[in-house]
Design a binder for this molecule. Sequence first.
Ligand code: ADP
Length: 396
Amino acid sequence: MNVLVINCGSSSLKFQLINSDSEEVLAKGLCERIGIDGSLTYQPAGGEKVKSGKAMPTHTEAIQFVIEALTDPQTGVVKSLDEIGAVGHRVVHGGEKFASSVVITEEVKKAVEECNDLAPLHNPANLIGVNACEKLMPNTPMVAVFDTAFHQTMPEKAYMYGLPYAYYEKYKVRRYGFHGTSHSFVSRRTAELADVPYNATKTIVCHLGNGASVCAVKDGESVDTSMGLTPLEGLVMGTRSGDIDPAILEFIAKKEGLDIAGLMKMLNKESGVYGLSDGVSSDFRDLGTAAEEGKKPAQTALDVFAYRVAKYVGSYVAAMNGVDNIAFTAGIGENDGAMRASICGYLQFLGIQIDEKANATRGEEIMISTPDSKVKVFVVPTNEELAIARETVALL
Ligand code: ADP
């Protein structure tokens, strides 16, 4: 079956058409600036990437252009819509309602809408994508795959904040975690590579991209993860602060005359390694170059990032009373050997030894620990689109 995987943002829409039997990507692309002017980038497998301007007042036009591109007689990859068997939608927040993926019904859409409060930037956009697809493909089954679902196995002691209980009861203020599709995919694959049963091994996944999170997976279940109610908690990220002393907010608000919106912008867009490096970049390649050129704030940003990841890994060893495998994934985790080495340098107390030659490879599945390392360490490229396609087929 061919599955169309859709990841819909407020003004963008990423898509991949995946043949679920061969797991081949038939075509992929991106609609940008929806509601502003609009452009479509489309690339069929083995073909050239083409970007064209298209008027996209709403997501419905965007999806219409995606369908036209996929079925185009020259550059398309299917003859008609009938060859698209299902649509898998990435949905960011499933709250406490969704502990797994679901076939989309009117009831499901209502329940997702009830989670809008928890992810005001993402969930409404995800729903717009669902509605637009329904309009254009009324007979095609659709599945919602949630970023939060994998973490619904976290125990209460891991998901409760030290805040008044009433906020949990009234507003569901608790830790949810994100990147669940990636953590689930990578931890499963790690168990396969380590040749151990998934439901009897302890793995820590470090998903290190622009957004970054660590997850403790014990016997196939997420037992803790570093993001919380929102994706702002935890690691120092590209532009997000991660954990800070909450009292800093009042202090900075008074000094800089910021209101809540100003503070949130600072925490989400102006902090992280970008802020720490004094505005050099949020991209680790630029930071590496700047650090080599002797720019101290860039080196500080890299040091703070590595130290925070290592501390989270250490705390998850305690959470699981041990660890068998550690996996690195996403842009930085897959490509930045120096960062992996720096993080693992803090973990020698676990008996971790890194094979320098293996660690020098980029972007491929590989064990980077030595044969006598007490904990196996892997690089496992994540593939959220494939994971969504697999979930979609499994449900249908
Ligand atoms: P997201 O999906 O959260 O936007 P990605 O997983 O694509 O992020 O990761 C993007 C980040 O990966 C970039 O900001 C960059 O810092 C990092 N990255 C990508 N390639 C490399 C590389 N070769 N070396 C170091 N860092 C890299």
